[in-house]
Design a protein around this ligand. Structure first.
Ligand SMILES: Cc1cc2nc3c(=O)[nH]c(=O)nc-3n(C[C@H](O)[C@H](O)[C@H](O)COP(=O)(O)O)c2cc1C
Length: 183
């Protein structure tokens, strides 16, 4: 199976998850392209349709993906409308599957403030006819010099998230990736 592992990580948390996905997919004997989205990435270097299985993840920034990821998604949507790959009714494609995920801190409303991120990321794939099988959520501590943010690592609605994602989270990723690849 050919797998795409696309992620955007401002402070490194989502990158930890993405690198674990990369390792597990390889360990399972599949081919994988891991691509880190950066501000000026050329949208033409990404073609979802080359892949049977796609993982996409970002952090959560004021309830949304980072702005650069939103901008990339808008460009990709235009690209696939123009090429005719996004069609009215979004007919399903055979054996095209995806998982979207986010890392989040959830200081105020917990998972509620993160739910729109995997949903937003998944809509591009859904428009292309992929089955978005599931959405994953991983706690990710605030990495900042500013105590305005870091105080929430110990006092948010998710409890103490210091050091997350940690080794246990990565073990969970390993196990979930192994499972989902059989769907
Ligand atoms: C400026 C800023 C805003 C954030 N806003 C939110 C938020 O609205 N909700 C949330 O759950 N986490 C929020 N976070 C926490 C990040 O989503 C979390 O640390 C995530 O794991 C970062 O992922 P990344 O390092 O891969 O970008 C914010 C972090 C920063 C620095």
């Amino acid at each position: 199976m050919k797998v795409l592992n696309l992620f955007f990580s401002v402070t490194g948390n989502t990158k930890k998850i993405a690198l674990q996905i990369d390792k597990t997919v390889k360990d399972e004997g599949h081919e994988i392209d891991t691509i880190e989205v950066t501000k000026n990435i050329d949208k033409d270097t990404i073609d979802f349709l080359k892949y049977d299985f796609v993982f996409i993840g970002t952090g959560v920034y004021i309830w949304l993906p980072p702005q650069d990821m939103i901008d990339l998604w808008k460009e990709m949507q235009k690209k696939y409308v123009k090429s005719g790959d996004i069609k009215p009714y979004a007919p399903r494609r055979v054996n095209k599957k995806a998982v979207t995920y986010c890392t989040f801190a959830g200081p105020h409303t917990g998972k509620n403030e993160a739910t729109s991120v995997p949903e937003f990321l998944g809509q591009l794939l859904d428009h292309l006819g992929y089955e978005v099988i599931t959405e994953w959520f991983f706690e990710g501590q605030f990495n900042s010099e500013n105590s305005f943010y870091t105080k929430f690592n110990k006092m948010g609605r998710m409890g103490d998230i210091t050091g997350r994602p940690n080794e246990d989270d990565l073990k969970r990723v390993d196990s979930m990736v192994k499972g989902i690849l059989h769907v």
